[in-house]
Write a protein that binds this ligand. Structure first.
Ligand SMILES: [Zn+2]
Length: 311
């Protein structure tokens, strides 16, 4: 088959949250090094050097914190801001009013459709109140999104969701999410099934799945994600997508991680400054390689006009 790919577009989508502990509970006392040190001093210098346009998906507690909002408003370079929901931290039925030390495992898609809508609406309004624009990109906390979530996001004007992690089942007592059959490349999701592609133009919103590569005989795939994969593995994942989707005019590589992963002891991942340096150097290596290969970088929302121009 001739290679028809004309463009490779790299997106870097980052769940942007308060610092956490090694068990994924929110830090106690609540701290925001991941925002105030991580974004301006550890991530943006690398992205500005390479020309990456990251998308920072912001949680409730970040948008509620004045120092964080000031950091976001004064951040240098190109980037996009979107939203990221952990459902227990916003009305209606807000579960936690003190965030420090709290772990929240709720999947937003397990709420009734109108409750999930109101939570997303409140998060979106908070974003607009603090940053002055409307959010157009989103990821669900713990990837807990369903076709219901996509309908709600679409009603609120979102253009791109990036909650789908193909080849992965996320179990949960109240009902898990199962993305094992989801497409690997961006698609227009069917109204009643987040794992199915509808025709281009059938609706407005698109799904940009997190980039993975299945591993034979293993439950979980390789992720295009620093710390989970070293630089060579990330390049192999990229090559896999380029080959598998060589008949597509555009191929997307969507890296994901959390802002907390670039701060030592702010997530279950890097625990020392040396660990953080390993994380950042492997991210730097793979993104530099993308640049040298002639790939483009864009925010998530720019994928919309590529994958659903009429939608
Ligand atoms: Zn999260």
């Amino acid at each position: 088959m001739p290679n028809k790919t004309e463009r490779v577009v790299v997106t870097v989508s980052i769940d942007t949250e308060c610092d956490h502990d090694i068990n994924w509970a929110r830090s106690k006392p609540l701290t925001f090094d991941s925002i105030n040190e991580g974004l301006p001093n550890r991530l943006q210098p690398i992205y500005r050097e390479i020309g990456v346009v990251p998308t920072y998906l912001l949680t409730v507690e970040v948008l509620e914190d004045d120092t964080c909002v000031n950091t976001l408003k004064t951040l240098q370079g190109d980037f996009e801001y979107g939203t990221h929901l952990h459902a227990g931290f916003i009305e209606p039925y807000k579960k936690y009013h003190e965030y420090a030390g709290v772990a929240c495992s709720d999947f937003q898609c397990n709420d009734p459709e109108h409750i999930e809508y109101q939570k997303l609406e409140n998060l979106s309004n908070l974003f607009t109140e603090k940053l002055g624009t409307k959010p157009t990109s989103f990821r669900a906390g713990r990837y807990g999104a369903s076709s219901q979530s996509i309908r709600n996001l679409e009603k609120l004007g979102y253009l791109v969701d990036t909650s789908v992690t193909p080849r992965i089942l996320w179990p949960e007592a109240d009902g898990g999410v199962d993305f094992r059959t989801a497409p690997l490349q961006p698609y227009v999701p069917a109204m009643d099934d987040i794992n199915k592609a509808a025709a281009v133009g059938a609706r407005r919103i698109i799904e940009a799945p997190v980039t993975v590569k299945a591993r034979p005989f293993r439950r979980n795939p390789h992720w295009f994600r620093p710390w989970f994969s070293d630089a060579n593995t990330m390049k192999l994942i990229a090559h896999y997508h380029l080959k598998k989707f060589q008949d597509l005019p555009v191929v997307n590589l969507n890296m994901m991680f959390h802002s907390m992963e670039v701060i030592e002891q702010a997530s279950p991942y890097p625990q020392t400054k040396a660990d953080v340096d390993v994380f950042l150097s492997s991210m730097h290596e793979v993104l530099t390689w993308c640049q040298e290969e002639g790939f483009e970088f864009s925010g998530l929302t720019d994928l919309h006009s590529i994958y659903n121009p009429q939608g």
